[in-house]
Design a protein around this ligand. Structure first.
Ligand code: F6P
Length: 473
């Protein structure tokens, strides 16, 4: 295959010390690049102090990592601004949290243009380009304007809401149709893909043959669903090893025989952590026999802390954990262990394996790879139970989990009780069904399917002759 050029806002340059961030996108791209040599381009994670953004190339394990700094202005307007205070909440159906005064697109477009300018010097005509996530919606357009006719694909890791919500996005008519400059646009679920198809049909009036292939000016764009997976077998092996590590043994010892429930999420309002804690409180209240016998470990590394909504949420979650521990805790038992430290993949794998239940209850999530990792980490003979939000993309495949409505704290409390007292036969049967779902689409399958679809020559499109006169802006 031609060279693969992956582009995302975050780039996980191998550090050599085994430390890593836990974002789903980075896990997926890193696993993909193990099988395809190429380039990974994006933000260095640094904010240049002197207006001068430096771009540098780091060669590691047969890959080139090309990373570029952001200026303070770019960082505020693009990352803290339009991407994370406007696009992120709206694409997660949270119009109430969108900062509408940040409607200015210019910083976001400027950084996309900067990425395109840096890529211009790197790209070869036969490179296959794969762009990831909501930070980079207009990147293909910026590259096309510089004359790049490569196959360019886009994958959205987060949800895409229905047109009724998407049209609340300031400047949506300038931004969303720019996705038509890609050859292939991939989504996590059929629901997300159908929402985009409806947007193109209703808002842009683009003709389509089958709601999968749309014609926009002189181009066609294909839309499809590619649910992102994990390195299932490898994660299972990691969990088996990690469960015997001194770190996990130390945690188990500290529980003094109590059952453990685990949650692991970036500190983000989409993850529903405060409501999850409320549900745990409701569980302790409704099923008092469990008081003193179960510990809920919530691992939540901080994220996007400079953004006001994140600061507010951080305070709310700490207060909730404090309140519950104050009300129910005893000198010898803390009901909730709330930890902001990030943990290595290995440590998490071991903790998942030793937990009787995994609580994955986002209010809205593109996929949620923690749910898949929790399943992969279990001992098939004595598996824990996954409690999963019906609003996570993962719920489509993992429907053998205990599916819950995360807003309904009483129902989540009931699911916790059910998970903790579930007979072994039922746990094994559910786990087997979940493993089948994981086996059907691991990370390799995801990347191969996307790249095959992207590099497949476009079908001869005689229907295109009747193309819409609507130009894609
Ligand atoms: O998976 C969604 C995502 O926004 C990624 O694009 C991102 O890298 C990750 O979550 C973590 O967020 P951030 O890069 O803002 O820390």
């Amino acid at each position: 295959m031609s060279r693969l050029v992956v582009i995302s806002n975050r780039v996980a340059v191998p550090s050599g010390d085994g430390s890593s961030r836990a974002g789903g996108l980075e896990v997926a791209v890193r696993a993909t690049l193990k099988r395809h040599s190429g380039v990974w381009f994006g933000w260095s994670g640094r904010v240049a102090t002197n207006e001068k953004a430096v771009t540098q190339t780091i060669e590691r394990d047969n890959h080139s990592y090309v990373v570029t700094d952001l200026t303070e202005e770019d960082y505020q307007e693009y990352y803290n601004g339009f991407a994370n205070r406007v696009l992120w909440p709206i694409l997660h159906y949270r119009l109430d949290l969108a900062e509408f005064s940040r409607r200015d697109l210019s910083g976001y477009l400027r950084v996309n243009a900067h990425f395109a300018a840096e890529l211009h010097g790197i790209l070869r005509p036969d490179d296959v380009i794969w762009v990831h996530d909501y930070h980079l919606i207009p990147l293909a357009k910026a590259l096309r304007e510089r004359g790049h006719a490569n196959r360019i694909g886009f994958f959205l890791h987060i949800p895409l809401p229905p047109p009724d919500i998407l049209t609340a996005l300031p400047n949506h008519e300038r931004l969303i149709p720019a996705l038509c400059h890609y050859d292939l646009v991939g989504f996590q679920t059929d629901n997300d893909a159908a929402n985009f198809a409806r947007y193109l049909t209703n808002e842009c009036r683009l003709p389509s043959r089958d709601q999968h292939t749309f014609s926009a000016a002189d181009r066609t764009v294909r839309i499809d669903t590619f649910p992102v997976g994990i390195e299932t077998a490898e994660f299972g092996r990691l969990a088996r090893r990690a469960a015997r590590s001194s770190f996990v043994e130390g945690v188990l010892e500290s529980l003094a025989g109590r059952a453990m429930i685990i949650g692991a999420d970036r500190l983000d309002y989409t993850k529903g952590i405060a409501l999850r804690m409320d549900a745990f409180e409701r569980f302790l209240e409704t099923y008092p026999d469990w008081q003193g016998k179960v510990t809920y470990l919530q691992i939540t590394p901080k994220s996007r802390s400079e953004i006001q909504e994140y600061g507010d949420m951080e305070r709310q979650i700490s207060a909730t954990a404090g309140r519950i521990n104050g009300n129910y805790g005893e000198a010898s038992w803390t009901p909730i262990r709330y930890v902001n430290k990030s943990h290595s993949r290995t440590a998490l794998a071991g903790l998942y394996r030793c937990s009787r239940a995994g609580l994955v209850t986002p209010l809205r999530d593109g996929m949620n790879l923690v749910a898949k990792e929790y399943v992969a980490a279990q001992d098939a003979n004595d598996p824990g139970t996954l409690i999963l939000s019906r609003f996570a993309g993962a719920a489509v495949e993992l429907d053998a989990a205990l599916l819950v409505n995360p807003y309904d704290t009483e129902a989540v409390a009931g699911a916790i009780a059910r998970a903790l007292s579930m007979p072994p036969d039922e746990r094994r049967a559910r786990h087997e069904a979940l493993c089948h779902a994981l086996a059907a689409s691991d990370i390799k399958f995801w990347a191969d399917r996307f790249l095959t679809a992207l590099t497949r020559p476009p079908k001869p499109a005689n229907w295109l002759r009747q193309v819409s006169s609507l130009a894609v802006s």
